[in-house]
Unconditional design. Structure first.
Lengths: 434, 384
């Protein structure tokens, strides 16, 4: 029987550098209009460098939703969105950002008292959608476009689903090559669109420089995560979730190379000194699903209590510049397209399963936790198949529970406790059988 | 064959087909030895599959509770996708030779992935239909059609000529035109056909050879024409909207009419949306089909298409006026994200236009029919 003791996850300390950058980014964004910058709303993939090259500010819808939730300010915008008629089964990132956008456009109703971050969002000058493997993104951005009176120019980069037709596999095959060309052509059109919005010729030199930064940060992160194949792992999936901003909405932000280098150095130092993410690692877990931002710290400690390290996840390890070597900063569009096309949500089932099996082997995974984010159906669509097939093909045990990204009303804590405990017990039994 | 039957007898025949939607297709397969292709709702070029000598059928939601499928697809996904997964899990779709999925909704993508896994012997094809309406969208749809045509040709081992496609377009256009004629009749004489009858007409069209369906409709329409003036018209005029992908439940349609309303028009997928517009017969066929996706979305806007040049709420206001409808009943499939994103805009548009509307969010399991009945009765009574 697994016994839960009050143990704490040993989180990376270098994450504080990232916090500093995050604060700088939000400060810049909030004051964008005052400093004459155009503001672009984006959802989906990290495409900040496209706008940064033109000295424009950008808001990443999911990043904004996560920040609002991390500061526990999500209830008021979610309530506002629901009062207007948005169903609570809609993507909770979308509901949160829609609520904040409506505060900006319609004003704050008398019966709501939102926090400062939820009311700081500046109105958009343009909207750029770049969403992989999810129909929600473009529909969400279209709803934003309507909130602002159908006056905001909107560019939608269509990221085609990489199903795996006619033998196409990860980064290979006819379908893959067709998709890359298609996305590159759209990026070329996006650049023309941004020239119009910004009113000036595209600054390719700056863009290339930023993509050089992106490549370096991507490599540092992948190398640092790679170090966690060691047993015990020096850092966990929860650390990589906390450190996601420099490869997400902070992509190519000044200081991200130094911040990610510090993270990698700390992981290396831990490895050299035998310091682990969980004090007494007995089990190695794969987190399958999107992160639950308002439960992150609680969850990290929960697994630590069971001597279980969550060492990898599809969210962190199969996206966010996870193929940095494909980026040629001199000619960056193809590399950007590949990273976006081959990310975790955009792959057909057989490709997803193959990538999961590879990661499970590389990270010596004992068990999988399927976090069924109730309002992120893109992520949870293949959970049941993955659970069955990874067990059948690799003998990996799993558990699953429902939760959400930023709406904790979908969370049943006692059920989560029971499910995690059941997984740990089954892993313990498996280990004792040898 | 149908010419000697009365309109009610023909409608009964269509109701039987709709009630057991795959039976005629299975017979057709036995008779012809040709391939049957399931189209995973909601956007797919049936004409291309037909041109290859196959019979495309639109996979249908079954009203029975989901059981085996629970092991493969989470309960918080929409009923239409879960129902099709359930049918595949119960080996009820083993008769298919292939199926075509699409990327317009992530729940349909996921459902296709599961069905592909459950039916490994069935050829799993995919239609890439880019969203939006930018200068290049129509050309990109042609590319998606070309890719699908290539995959169908490989699967069917048959080259599809432009003449083949054009021939199929003509047959499908005829079907759409005939059903639109019935819609025109029903708008003026709403009691001529119940909304369940209309559903049977559309649903049967989706699952049997269009040539046969055309023949049935050509027999039915003159009989309806002859009957129309003898029908007594009464009731609150209601327009039905929504219910993407899956057919609205017959129980709900019957309740609308039992509440004292008559349905004068709709934009249901199993309704006017399916047949709203023809494909041009005087253009290069793939370009014509691509243009059709843009045009039909202008005529009856679809929230999955993300085309900011369209205005679904205004379309509904205009349709209500065109059909002299008094009230709008919105049937929203539970967990249908594209519909959920649009409801606030529809609500605002209806309030501004002074049109009463009722939102019914319908779960696949239909937890409480009595609640829906009470709400519908109270709503319709408002207009009496």
């Amino acid at each position: 029987m697994a016994v839960q003791e009050a143990k704490r996850a040993n989180r990376l300390k270098s994450g504080k550098l990232v916090n500093k950058l995050v604060n700088e980014y939000w400060e810049d964004l909030i004051n964008a209009k005052k400093t004459g910058k155009k503001v672009v709303y984006t959802t989906g993939l990290p495409i900040g460098p496209f706008m940064a090259a033109q000295d424009m500010a950008w808001i990443h819808g999911e990043g904004y939703g996560a920040r609002v939730a991390a500061r526990h300010e999500e209830k008021e915008p979610q309530t506002f969105a629901e009062n207007r008629g948005f169903n609570r089964e809609l993507c909770s990132y979308a509901r949160t950002q829609m609520g904040c956008a409506m505060f900006a456009e319609l004003g704050v109703p008398d019966d709501l008292n939102p926090g400062p971050i939820a009311t700081e969002i500046p109105a958009p000058d343009a909207i750029v959608t770049c969403y992989p493997g999810c129909s929600t993104g473009p529909q969400w951005d279209w709803a934003i476009e309507r909130v602002f009176g159908k006056k905001i120019p909107w560019f939608n980069v269509v990221i085609p689903y990489h199903m795996g037709r006619n033998g196409s596999t990860y980064m290979k095959g006819e379908e893959f090559e067709e998709n890359v060309k298609y996305v590159v052509r759209q990026f070329e059109d996006l650049i023309k669109f941004l020239e119009v919005v910004s009113g000036k010729p595209y600054n390719w030199d700056k863009f290339q420089e930023l993509m050089g930064v992106t490549k370096t940060v991507g490599k540092l992160r992948m190398e640092a995560m790679d170090l966690c194949k060691a047993k015990p792992a020096p850092a966990s999936f929860f650390d990589w979730s906390i450190q996601i901003a420099p490869v997400n909405y902070l992509t190519a932000w000044p200081g991200t190379i130094e911040a990610m280098q510090a993270v990698k150095d700390e992981v290396q130092e831990r490895l050299d000194n035998g310091v682990s993410a969980v004090p007494n690692e007995k089990y190695r877990i794969f987190w399958e699903g999107i992160m639950n931002w308002n439960k992150l710290g609680w969850m990290a400690d929960k697994f630590a209590s069971y001597d279980a390290t969550v060492v990898a996840g599809r969210y962190t390890h199969m996206a966010f510049w996870h193929e940095p070597d494909t980026i040629d900063p001199e000619h960056p569009l193809r590399g950007i397209a590949i990273n976006h096309l081959e990310c975790q949500l955009n792959l057909g089932y057989p490709i997803t399963e193959e990538r999961m099996m590879t990661l499970s082997k590389d990270y010596s995974i004992d068990g999988i936790v399927f976090h069924g984010a109730r309002t992120c159906r893109s992520f949870s669509r293949s959970h049941f198949l993955l659970a069955e097939n990874l067990n059948k093909k690799m003998g990996i045990q799993s558990t699953s529970f429902e939760g959400d990204m930023v709406d904790d009303s979908f969370y049943k804590e006692e059920l989560v406790n029971t499910r995690i405990e059941a997984l740990i017990e089954s892993l313990e039994a498996q280990k004792s059988r040898g | 064959m149908y010419q000697n039957l009365a309109s009610d007898e023909i409608l009964n025949k269509l109701t039987q087909i709709a009630a057991d939607p795959y039976e005629r297709a299975k017979e057709w397969k036995m008779e012809t030895g040709s391939k049957l292709i399931g189209c995973y709702i909601m956007h797919f070029p049936e004409e291309l599959l037909h041109a290859a000598g196959a019979l495309p059928i639109v996979l249908q939601v079954k009203e029975e509770p989901i059981t085996t499928g629970h092991a493969y697809y989470p309960s918080y996904f929409c009923g239409p996708t879960r129902s099709i997964v359930d049918q595949a899990a119960k080996s009820e779709l083993d008769f298919l030779d292939g199926f075509v999925g699409g990327d317009y909704c992530i729940q349909a993508v996921g459902g296709s992935e599961v069905v592909g896994n459950l039916l490994p012997k069935v050829n799993n094809m995919f239609f890439r239909l880019p969203v939006g309406n930018q200068a290049w969208t129509q050309g990109d749809i042609v590319t998606g059609l070309t890719e699908l045509k290539r995959d169908i040709e490989r699967f069917a081992d048959k080259e599809i000529s432009d003449e083949d496609i054009l021939n199929s377009i003509r047959i499908y256009n005829k079907n759409r035109s005939l059903i639109r004629e019935i819609y025109e009749l029903k708008s003026v004489h709403p009691s001529l056909l119940s909304s369940s009858d209309m559903l049977s007409i559309i649903k049967s069209s989706m699952v049997i050879p269009k040539e046969e369906h055309n023949e049935i409709l050509e027999s039915l329409i003159p009989k309806l024409q002859a009957k129309k003036d003898s029908i007594k018209e009464e009731g609150v005029r209601v327009f039905l909207s929504g219910s993407f992908c899956g057919a609205p439940k017959n129980d709900i349609l019957e309740l609308v009419e039992q509440s004292g309303a008559v349905v004068v028009g709709d934009d249901l997928f199993h309704g006017y949306r399916y047949i709203s517009d023809n494909i041009a017969e005087d253009k290069e066929p793939l370009a014509a089909i691509a243009a059709h996706y843009i045009d039909k979305n202008t005529n009856v806007p679809c929230p999955t298409r993300c085309d900011p040049k369209t205005d679904w709420p205004q379309y509904l206001v205009d349709s209500m006026r065109k059909h002299k409808a008094d009230q709008l009943v919105i049937v929203m499939t539970q967990f249908c994200e594209p519909h959920m994103f649009f409801y606030p805009d529809i609500k605002d548009a209806m309030q501004e236009a002074g049109i009463p509307h009722l939102l019914l969010e319908i779960s696949h399991e239909l937890d409480s029919i009595e609640t829906i009945k009470t709400r519908l009765e109270a709503f319709v009574e408002m207009a009496v």
